[in-house]
Every structure is written in structure tokens, then in C-alpha cells.
Write a protein that binds this ligand. Structure first.
Ligand SMILES: N[C@@H](CCC(=O)N[C@@H](CS)C(=O)NCC(=O)O)C(=O)O
Length: 214
């Protein structure tokens, strides 16, 4: 049995979607981020970084969304969530790297400025700059999807890149950013609609309650 340490609405949602897509048996261990459970002694033993997600597979625990997505794709090759074609494989890895190091970090400046400064004036400046950087990064996603002009993020086959990208679409739509995703990022929204139409995504949405494209 796989156990995913997850908080609905967090980046761990990408792993929740991936596990549901595979059909593998798994359970969710909810981590209450607002209450700081990720910094509790017991959780820090599991993940000293104090973050979700963690995936536990027997005596093996793994962190970092992009690494976990790759691991899950290897556990369930029949689900075909990691492209075989060399270019699509590379493109999938490119999206995962950029989402984790570009989109997520831009967003973190808005969501968690306390990581970057202590005093209130500096934190406010970081949020302001973070909002501009996040907006520009979201536009880069839109532009990349238009330029690629492919059925899915990595190419012709649906992959982990689509699931991870979808979580960031929901963050754009969410309360903190409140973007008009449908109007301002139409190609990304078209992509999100295709992801949202998948049965596995709808099953997870019923549990986690993230926003869906109109
Ligand atoms: N690089 C990590 C980032 C994980 C991360 O930042 N998770 C956030 C939720 S989206 C978290 O646990 N935040 C809790 C905190 O900062 O206290 C990954 O990709 O897995």
C-alpha cells in the first residue's frame, strides 16, 4: 500500500491525481498545513524539509513532486503516464523541472513571503514583486502551450506533465491569485478542460475540492 502525505489544494495534489490515474492502491494521510502539522516532530522525522508531499512505499519514502511523479510512473507502467518517445520524455521532464523551480517558486513569493524576509515592509515588497513574476510566468506557460501546439503538454501522449500543470491552473483560479484563467490564459484553460474531463481527476476533485475550468 502506498501512502501519500497530502494537503488538499497543495502541490501534493499532482501526486494525488497521478495515483488515482494509475489505479494503484493508495491511502491519503492528510497533513494540516494551516495548523503547522508539517513542522511537528513526527512529521519532520518523515520529511525534515517540513513540506508535502511525501510518498511512502513500504520502507521507502520519497519527496519532491517531480521525483515522486517519475517514481509513480515506474510503479505503474501500464498507466503510460511517462512518455516513451525520447523527445516527449525530455519535454515531460522539462515541464516538471520548470513547474517545480519556476512556477512554484514564483508563487511561493506571494503565498509564503516569510521564507524570504522577516520584516513586514520587505515581505510586502516580496509579495508585490512575486505577483508580477507569477503573472509573467503564467503568461509564459500560455505562450509555450500556444507555441508547442500539441494535444498534451509533452506531446501526443497524456503524461505527468499534464497533471502537474493542471494543479497550477487551479492555483491561478484560486483565491490568492484570482486570475480570470478562462479569459487571460485561453490555451492553458483549454488544456485544463481536457485534464478536468478525465474520470480520475473528477474523482479526486470530489475529495479535494479544487477549482475546475468553466
Ligand atoms: N520542492 C517541493 C516543494 C514542496 C512544497 O513547497 N510544498 C508546500 C505545499 S505546495 C508545503 O508543504 N508548504 C508548507 C510550508 O511551507 O510550511 C516539491 O516540489 O515537492
Amino acid at each position: 500500500m502506498l501512502t501519500l502525505y497530502h494537503s488538499p489544494g497543495a502541490c501534493s495534489g499532482a501526486v494525488h491525481l497521478a495515483l488515482e490515474e494509475t489505479g494503484l492502491p493508495y491511502e491519503i494521510a492528510r497533513v494540516n498545513l494551516p495548523e503547522g502539522q508539517q513542522r511537528s516532530e513526527s512529521y519532520l522525522k518523515l520529511n525534515p524539509k517540513g513540506r508535502v508531499p511525501v510518498l511512502v512505499d513500504g520502507d521507502f519514502a520519497i519527496t519532491e513532486v517531480s521525483a515522486i511523479l517519475r517514481y509513480v510512473s515506474r510503479l505503474a507502467p501500464q498507466a503510460k503516464l511517462w512518455p516513451e518517445d525520447a523527445r516527449e520524455d525530455g519535454r515531460c521532464a522539462e515541464w516538471l523541472a520548470w513547474i517545480g523551480s519556476g512556477l512554484h517558486i514564483a508563487y511561493a513569493h506571494v503565498r509564503r513571503p516569510e521564507r524570504y524576509a522577516d520584516d513586514e515592509t520587505s515581505k510586502a515588497a516580496i509579495v508585490e514583486k512575486g505577483k508580477a513574476t507569477t503573472r509573467a510566468t503564467w503568461q509564459q506557460v500560455e505562450d509555450k502551450l500556444v507555441a508547442q501546439n500539441l494535444p498534451w503538454a509533452a506531446g501526443n501522449s497524456f503524461s505527468m506533465a499534464d497533471l502537474y500543470l493542471f494543479i497550477f491552473w487551479t492555483w491561478g483560479k484560486g483565491q490568492l491569485l484570482s486570475y480570470d484563467m478562462e479569459k487571460d490564459f485561453p490555451r492553458w484553460t483549454e488544456h485544463a478542460r481536457k485534464v478536468a474531463a478525465r474520470a480520475a481527476v473528477q474523482r479526486v476533485q470530489a475529495k479535494d475540492g479544487f477549482p475546475m475550468p468553466a
